[in-house]
Design a protein around this ligand. Sequence first.
Ligand code: ZN
Ligand code: ZN
Length: 315
Amino acid sequence: MKCSICGNEAVHYVPYERLYLCKEHYAEWFEQKLVRNAKRYRMFDGSRRVAVAVSGGKDSTTLLHVLKKHEGEFGFTTVGFYIDLGIDRGTKYSEVNLEVVKRNFEEVGVEYRIVDLKGEYGFTIDDAKRRINRPVCSTCGVVKRYLMTLAAEELGADTLATAHNLDDMAQFVLSGYVYGNLEHLSRNSPVEEPERGFKVKKVKPFFLHYEYEVLHYAVLMGYQFVYDPCPYSEEFRGVSQHKLLMSMKRIEGDTPGFMLNLVSNFERNIRPMLYREISGSGQVGTCKICGRPTAPGRDICSFCSIKQKMLAVRG
Ligand SMILES: [Zn+2]
Ligand SMILES: [Zn+2]
C-alpha cells in the first residue's frame, strides 16, 4: 500500500481514519496526535518543568523521547525519573530496566533522578511480596503512586507525566461502568489538577493513543526499551480484567475507533459531570509520619503504613 499523503511505501494503517502512512508520515501523525490532544485538554497550560515517570517499557520510553522533542512548542523543560522497586524474582527485572532507562536519559539529555526503594526506604517489592499479606501489585501501586509525586516534586517539577495509553484507559472506563465504581471513574482524568494537598499536576499525554500505535512508533524509531513485562504481571492481570480487554479488542476489530470513542466521549461528556457530583467532598488529612497528604479520615498514609509493616517484620 502507498502512503495516503506522499505516495511512498506505507508502513502503518490507521483503520479509524482509513489512512495509510509511510514511516515519516506515521511519525509525524503520531507526534501531532499527542501535541493536539495535549493542547485540546490543556495538559501543559502553566507547566514549566514536566517530570516523566520512566519504567523502561515502550510507553514511558516513547513518552520521554516525544515530550523532549516537542517541549519547545509548550515552553516546558523535560526531566525524568526511574523508581528502582527491587523486583528480581530470578529475572533481574528492576536492574535490567534501570540500565535501559539510564541509557535513554543520557541519549535524550535530560536531568534525571533514580529513586532507590531499598536504599532510601529499606525494603523492596520482592521483600513486600514475601512479608506482607496483601496482593503484591496493590502494594506496588501504592508505593509507585507515592514515590512518583514525591520524585516529581524533588526534581522541582510542576507536572508529572505518566504513559497510560488508550488501552489502559478504555479498560479502566469500561470496568468502572461494569463494577459501578463512580468515585474511581470521576478521578481518572488525563489531566488531574494538583489537589488535596499535592503540588504537581498529573497528565497522561498518551491517553488517546492505542497501545499498538505506541509500540509501532517505538520500534520504528529504534528506541531501546524492555519488552518483558513485570514478573508479577501475571498475578495482577485478573482474569476478568483481561477478558474485558480482549472483548473490547474484538469490538474494536469490527468497529474501528470504538475504544477511542469510549474514552474521548467519557472524558468530554461524562466524567466532568461525575466529578462535579462526587469528588472534592472529603477532607484531606496529613500523614503524621511523613507529613504528606492522606486519604480523608486517615492519619497515616498508605505508603507509611506499608513501610511500618516492613520495618516491623524485619526487627
Ligand atoms: Zn508519506
Ligand atoms: Zn506517610
